[in-house]
Design a protein around this ligand. Structure first.
Ligand code: SF4
Length: 180
């Protein structure tokens, strides 16, 4: 994936504190324990996906591979820790279920996420609790065994607990539930 055309470019510096506070208020709902989650269906990011979005359009599959470019060493992350913690057999590739939060307080030039998916815009997202996400996941026929919650930048928040995942029927690794 690579930076894309069509994003609004700006040379203005971001006031991170102000921008973060605004996006945090638009994308985190502590009272209801919900986050604004990206809907990939119909988005420009959907065009980059190697598999169609799943989980009613709110999920995507990420593929990790142990071997990369020729001449470079193997990359065991995040596979080996996940296999170990989840009691799974070691393999050379891993499919991971990704849910993506719908805001980020930075605008990196190399970002592969279209900037309209980082603006906490309800046209491209919906409010979801951890239970909502796990319900979508549980309904998938060919769901990966690991969930990767993909958080952008630093929002200093917490949503759900690992117990939410343990209560579900499949072995799940939760990465990023607690952010610091
Ligand atoms: S922090 Fe990550 S999600 Fe945010 S703009 Fe940079 S690359 Fe994109």
């Amino acid at each position: 994936m690579s930076p894309r055309s069509g994003d609004k470019k700006s040379t203005m510096p971001i006031n991170t504190e102000i921008f973060s506070a605004r996006l945090r208020s638009k994308s985190i709902d502590p009272a209801e324990q919900r986050l604004l989650i990206t809907r990939f269906s119909g988005s420009r990011q959907e065009q980059d996906l190697s598999e169609p979005p799943n989980c009613a359009g709110y999920g995507r599959i990420r593929h990790f591979h142990r071997s990369g470019t020729a001449g470079w060493p193997e990359n065991p992350l995040p596979m080996d820790p996940a296999f170990h913690k989840l009691g799974l057999a070691r393999e050379n590739a891993m499919r991971v279920q990704v849910f993506q939060n719908a805001s980020c307080n930075w605008r990196c030039w190399y970002c592969y996420v279209p900037f309209e998916l980082l603006d906490a815009d309800l046209k491209h997202s919906s409010w979801m609790s951890a239970s909502d996400l796990l319900d979508l996941y549980a309904r998938e026929q060919n769901a990966p065994q690991v969930i990767d919650l993909w958080w952008s930048a630093r929002f200093n928040t917490r949503m759900g607990t690992v117990d939410d995942a343990r209560a579900s029927k499949a072995p799940i690794g939760l990465k990023g539930l607690s952010l610091v």
